[in-house]
Design a protein. Structure first.
Length: 265
């Protein structure tokens, strides 16, 4: 439990917040969005932490594929695809999303406790769960109408609502999934790259995805052919030996181990 001292000054609260590695790295990334190249001394000044801490954070972000370290004590963001709004995404590649969703639903059995990511491809799984005795956990506010329509047992994570993409994020949502054990998870991505892994444009979404993957017995990544070979800002996973990627036969997956890919029509 965290107990807040109401007598803390705003400055002290800011320093306390930046002691949390995740929050500190998020702050660094926000700084880097404002300029093409940023120097370590600038980050040190803005975050009020040591240069050694800044270097550790930048090394972590570089290993995650989010930034590129430059000579001379500088770094820059890796430029990637941006997130589209729900309104923009809902009609994109609809037919591919339908067949991916239909197939993914066949992998979910009665009695299973399943996490569905917040994307529009995951939304096409829900209708095929009608009549199954399953429980769906999701941070996708966009999914609520479908879950109600098909009478699916559901747990909607709490947190801050990102209205443009209808996703719930934040510490409360993270705490919830940290204490759950999933039979399976189905998670979409803005970018699916063979060298940089799976990524999303929202850091808070990436953090929840990472935890869900760790808490799931079986992990399935889903994405239509247009996501293959793309990179977004925040990496949340690699396609490891025990993971599977569900996509369509339109996707260019020649560089990926066929054992890790499920191609649907």
């Amino acid at each position: 439990m965290i107990i807040f001292n109401k007598n803390l000054k705003k400055y002290d609260m800011g320093r306390w917040f930046l002691m949390i590695p995740y929050a500190r790295r998020k702050t660094i990334l926000e700084l880097m969005h404002s300029k093409e190249i940023i120097y370590l001394d600038e980050i040190k000044e803005k975050t009020n932490v040591s240069l050694a801490t800044v270097r550790r954070d930048l090394k972590t972000l570089a290993e995650e594929g989010q930034i590129e370290l430059l000579s001379g004590g500088a770094a820059r963001l890796i430029i990637n695809v941006a997130e589209k709004s729900v309104e923009e995404k809902i009609n994109l590649n609809r037919e591919e999303k339908k067949v991916i969703g239909s197939y993914a639903a066949t992998l979910i059995g009665d009695g299973q406790f399943v996490f569905l990511g917040p994307g529009t491809t995951e939304n096409y799984i829900i209708r095929h769960l009608k009549g199954k005795n399953v429980t769906v956990v999701t941070n996708g506010a966009f999914h609520i109408n479908e879950l109600v329509r098909y009478n699916i047992n559901s747990i909607i994570l709490g947190g801050d609502l990102l209205t443009d993409i209808a996703v719930l994020v934040g510490p409360f949502a993270i705490n919830q999934v940290t204490n759950m054990n999933f039979d399976k998870c189905f998670i979409g991505a803005s970018g699916i790259s063979f060298d940089r892994g799976l990524s999303t444009s929202i850091m808070d979404v990436a953090e929840i995805n990472k935890i869900v993957i760790e808490r799931s017995r079986e992990v399935y990544f889903i994405g239509d052919s247009t996501k293959i070979g793309k990179n977004s800002r925040y990496k949340f996973a690699e396609i490891k030996e025990e993971h599977k990627l569900i996509t369509t036969k339109k996707a260019d997956v020649k560089n990926l181990d066929s054992k890790k890919v499920i191609l649907v029509k």
